[in-house]
Design a protein around this ligand. Structure first.
Ligand code: IMP
Ligand code: MG
Length: 173
């Protein structure tokens, strides 16, 4: 494979933005505990950085979902590969995602989690591709809106590669 990666958002810009969003979340959840649900695997780098920037009490849980599809698009049929360890009933839940593309994965996940009676349920994403939306999802915190291009880095992969890049880049084949 001989793809190259063009930088789209620098490490400094990502870090600065995560700090801002962390401050905003800290203000919005003042006096409460926020329960972060990291959507694996893509959300893991963002979740760790974000959690460090939140100054209200934070608890963490992890979930892994897979959408039946190819490498670059989701089919809308979602399966829970790893469920949460703990109940979310009565908790202030914030889902942390790497990217919202068609919105299919998140609209499914939100419906599933709502049924478990959290006291509140919000959504935070590192990246959003609004042009690609098929399913409407209300996103409460977005770090960056990006154009319709396939991106990697900061947790996002192309065939399981490039998750560890400290910046966001576009895959050029
Ligand atoms: P959705 O259900 O179409 O919103 O798909 C969301 C999932 O597709 C994300 O959680 C990613 O795993 C994957 N995805 C969508 N766009 C990209 C991209 O540009 N790079 C890497 N993964 C992506
Ligand atoms: Mg994902």
């Amino acid at each position: 494979m001989s793809e190259t990666i063009r930088q789209l958002i620098s490490e400094e810009d990502v870090d600065r933005k995560i700090r801002e969003i962390g401050e905003q979340i800290s203000r919005d959840y003042e006096g409460r505990q926020v329960h972060l649900i990291c959507v694996l695997k893509g959300g893991v780098f963002f979740t760790c950085e974000l959690a460090k920037r939140i100054n209200v009490p934070v608890s963490l849980d992890f979930m892994s979902v897979s959408s039946y599809g190819d490498d670059t698009s989701s089919s809308g049929v979602v399966r829970i590969v790893k469920d949460l360890d703990e109940s979310i009933e009565g908790k202030d839940v914030l889902i942390v995602e790497d990217i919202i593309d068609s919105g299919r994965t998140l609209s499914y996940l939100i419906e599933v989690l709502k049924q478990r009676k959290p006291s509140s349920l919000r959504l935070c994403t590192l990246l959003d591709k609004p042009e690609r939306r098929v399913k409407d999802v209300k996103v409460d915190y977005v770090c960056f809106n990006i154009p319709d291009e396939f991106v990697v880095g900061y947790g996002l992969d192309y065939a399981q590669k490039y998750r560890n890049l400290p910046y966001i880049g576009v895959v050029e084949l």
